[in-house]
Design a protein around this ligand. Structure first.
Ligand SMILES: Cc1ncc(COP(=O)(O)O)c(C=O)c1O
Length: 422
């Protein structure tokens, strides 16, 4: 019998594969349970604010789609996705100066499935892969099942530090290690909020070409820019790049529809393992996506969503400026959902979380965005501005500033006593 809240003895505990040992559940997922308390303001989840999507219109699209497409919307389909969905994706990609055919694309169950498939086809146990540090914790979860060694490269406001990447690649080459791929989120990074400059993008591609390393560009937020000039996608600069897209942040994550664009040999391998994974994605969801992007003013809806996010970003940055202590540093996103906050090295954000929950605010502790056991990110946190209204965001920052201030008192006393260096 399952008793809620009671931890059950696991009679299979010696039976699990070793890879499961190195995996961990997402801190964010675990926090969603707590965040459902009505008094909590959530800065933890990256859930898009789809409350303002016109539901009557979307349900009309869904109903029409089934009627128009008939049983094919309810049948098994091609593993690589419906050709009509791929046509829609190919058209969407024109906006990013990416010109492809339907056979360059596989439709996946969200970009998340593409990450898992890429891990499955590329990573042997112990292989080195390179990511930004911090990086998307869902990518770490997907890749960790295949037991890689993850080398993380820090970023600044201009994205991944390509000078550090160059040093790492040289060091690895000297040790005869060739990384399997470089995984990057160049636009409005999750969790970093930063965007890679054009110069860094060029440097990254030069290094990848020099050392013959595959680049994976994960781009769920590319259309959510609130200020500044757009920067070309890596895939538009180099056709060898594997590009991941999704409708999750520009339409609805519940449709679980994403895509991967890759050179044909890579795509063939991905399609092969995808068969074993799900036979094919949901035809019904793909049909809804097709009709939404063909029949509805999706650009208008997206512009409306972006206006909401823009106001929220401004509210959060203003509140941080006004309320956070001088010891805190944070990024200044020009789009996307997230701000990355760094506190003095002595601070531990995981330890702060229970107090924050008590005061009714959640965030993602930074160490979850680094490979397990790296010891990095303890003094950092990801705060999301996508989900809450501007007034609530300000209130959340008021509460969080108090929690940080409490901890800082001890830190400042240590500094004053000369026990810690600034
Ligand atoms: C960087 C990044 N990649 C991939 C995903 C997964 O997206 P999807 O909903 O398409 O699976 C997310 C979701 O938050 C993300 O932030």
């Amino acid at each position: 019998m399952n008793v809620p809240g009671l931890i059950q003895f696991d009679e299979w505990q010696d039976g699990y594969a070793q890879r499961v040992e190195s995996m961990r559940t997402s801190a964010v997922r675990d926090l969603f349970a707590a965040a459902s308390r009505t008094d909590i303001i959530s800065l933890s989840g990256g859930m898009p604010n789809i409350n303002s999507l016109p539901l009557d219109l979307v349900s009309q699209v869904a109903a029409d789609a089934v009627l128009k497409e008939g049983v094919s919307a309810l049948q098994y389909g091609d593993t690589t996705g419906r050709v009509q969905t791929k046509e829609v994706v190919a058209t969407l990609m024109h906006d990013f100066d990416i010109h492809i055919n339907t056979d360059d694309i596989t439709i996946t169950t969200g970009a998340q499935q593409a990450l898992d498939l890429l891990g499955k086809v590329f990573i042997n146990k112990g292989d080195v892969i390179i990511t930004e540090g911090p990086t998307y914790l869902g990518a770490l979860q997907a890749f960790s099942a295949y037991e890689p060694r993850v080398v993380t490269i820090p970023f600044d406001e201009d994205g991944m530090l390509t000078s550090t990447l160059a040093t790492e690649l040289k060091r690895l080459a000297q040790n005869h290690i060739k990384p399997k791929f470089i995984y990057t989120i160049p636009n409005f990074h999750n969790p970093g909020g930063v965007t890679m400059s054009l110069e860094r993008r060029r440097q990254l591609l030069e290094l990848a070409n020099e050392y013959e390393i595959l680049v994976i560009e994960d781009d769920p937020y590319g259309r959510l820019r609130y200020s500044g000039e757009s920067v070309p996608c890596l895939r538009s600069l180099d056709a060898k790049v594997v590009y991941l897209g999704t409708v999750s942040k520009i339409f609805a994550p519940g449709l679980r529809t994403g895509w991967v664009i890759a050179p044909h040999p890579v795509l063939a391998k991905l399609n092969m393992v995808k068969q074993g994974s799900d036979l094919c994605g949901s035809a019904l969801n793909q049909v809804i996506v097709e009709h939404y992007f063909k029949d509805v003013d999706w650009r208008g809806n997206l512009a409306m969503l972006a206006r909401h996010y823009h106001a929220r970003r401004d509210a959060m940055l203003a509140a941080l400026e006004e309320l956070f202590p001088p010891e805190a540093m944070w990024t200044h996103p020009t789009g996307g959902f997230f701000v990355w906050v760094t506190l003095p090295p002595y601070m531990d954000t995981t330890q702060m979380l229970p107090t924050a929950l008590d005061r009714g605010v959640t965030f993602v502790p930074g160490d979850g965005c680094y490979p397990a056991g790296s010891g990095l990110g303890k003094n950092a946190m990801r705060i999301a501005f996508c989900y809450e209204e501007p007034a609530k965001l300000r209130e959340a920052i008021v509460r969080l500033a108090e929690v940080i201030e409490d901890r800082l008192k001890l830190y400042r006393a240590f500094i004053a006593a000369g026990v810690l260096k600034r």
